[in-house]
Ligand binder design. Structure first.
Ligand code: TTP
Ligand code: CA
Length: 360
């Protein structure tokens, strides 16, 4: 099963501000350089009807929605991280195995618990969708299929709030008419290359000689494509390898060395990194800051804690202390970007975070 949360950041915003429901919603990453500079992070489906989608400049989105009552909101990543972490916990509990792919996507292996029965699998998918909606007011699109590649293509088939089940005997019929671009990993470039070979559908791709594909795309992508076009893929659903660090870095509204101008951004980054650490079920023992100066040189400073934590306030206060120390040691430094990084990570499962006892 592949689960993809619908228009995720924008849906989080609709839940946080119910008054914007029913309006086009545009989540923006303001670069801060001028008032309207930056790009659209994502938008709800209503905004998409007007052509407003991820990646376009905010200025362009404003034009497209000129006479419309639309909501333009700044991206609030720490909040989406929190919602995502809760949802991922729910998803994890529904799988024999679970693999988080991104902030809003995960694979579940449900083979054993459904006994490979696709009707049971459909019920499981409905149950998950209901639970996400009841508990988090979030809709998602789900694909159920014999393997990861087909499940991902299936979740993309009907959006938003979709559920597409592709039984083993339906795989070929399902894939055949779809454009090759629907195969995960086929980007614009690969698609262009395939168009030159007169291949536009997955059926046409599956008719190519595999040696031709390997010649053009190399052994790894070439053989993956050949298999994917036939609906074959044997990658297991598995938890990702443990990350060793989490970091976030962002550009300041203006170049500065004033603490009062740096701290609000630093706080936001620290909270986000803390959420990410928690979302991964981990704690950190080392906290660091990164500073990129106006000459683009990079400087960092870190400290080791006495005990491991994922407490946002600890990460925040340590980051503040480190940035103060860095500014003191570099009297001429003017900052362009700042970042927060945690490392020395540990899994919390089966272990108690000592800081929990210390904060009460
Ligand atoms: P997606 O799953 O690609 O998009 P989505 O969830 O907004 O919409 P859909 O209903 O089509 O799944 O990405 C997940 C989140 O990642 C998205 O809500 C915002 C963020 N994102 C960006 O910040 N920039 C981008 O260019 C894209 C594609 C996504
Ligand atoms: Ca999504």
């Amino acid at each position: 099963m592949h689960v993809d949360l619908d228009y995720f950041y924008a849906q989080c915003e609709e839940n946080a501000n119910p008054s914007i429901r029913g309006k086009p919603v545009v989540v923006c990453v303001y670069s801060g350089r001028t008032e309207e500079s930056g790009a659209v992070s994502t938008s709800n489906y209503l905004a998409r009807k007007y052509g407003v989608k991820a990646g376009i400049p905010i200025v362009r989105a404003r034009k497209l929605l000129e006479s419309i009552d639309a909501a333009f909101l700044p991206m609030n990543r720490p909040y989406y991280d929190q919602v995502s972490a809760r949802i991922m916990e729910i998803l994890r509990a529904h799988g024999d195995a679970y693999e988080r792919m991104s902030i809003d996507e995960a694979f579940l292996d449900i083979s054993d618990r459904t006994n490979l029965n696709y009707d049971t699998a459909r019920d499981t998918a409905r149950e998950i969708k209901n639970q996400l909606f009841t508990e988090e007011h979030i809709t998602c699109s789900v694909g159920v299929a014999p393997n990861k590649v087909v499940a991902k293509i299936a979740s993309d088939q009907t959006k938003p709030d979709g559920l597409t089940v592709v039984k083993p005997e339906e795989v070929t019929g399902f894939l055949s008419p779809l454009p090759v671009g629907r195969i995960p990993g086929v980007g614009v470039k690969a698609e262009e290359r395939l168009t030159q070979l007169n291949v536009s559908t997955i059926a046409e791709l599956s008719a190519l000689d595999p040696t031709v594909l390997v010649e053009i795309f190399g052994k790894s992508l070439g053989s993956y494509l050949y298999q994917a076009s036939r609906g074959e893929n044997d990658e297991p659903v598995k938890e990702r390898e443990q990350p060793t660090q989490f970091s976030r870095i962002a550009t300041l509204k203006q170049n500065t060395r004033k603490l009062e101008e740096i701290l609000p951004l630093l706080e936001e980054l620290a909270t986000s990194v803390a959420e990410k650490t928690k979302a991964n079920g981990m704690t950190c023992r080392s906290i660091g800051i990164i500073a990129i100066l106006t000459d683009l040189s990079m400087h960092s400073k870190s400290k080791t804690l006495e005990s491991s934590t994922s407490d946002g306030s600890v990460i925040e206060s340590s980051s503040k202390q480190l940035i103060e120390e860095l500014l003191q040691s570099m009297p001429d430094a003017v900052l362009r970007r700042v970042g927060v990084r945690v490392s020395d990570l540990m899994k919390t499962t089966g272990q108690t975070d000592i800081s929990k006892f210390l904060t009460t």
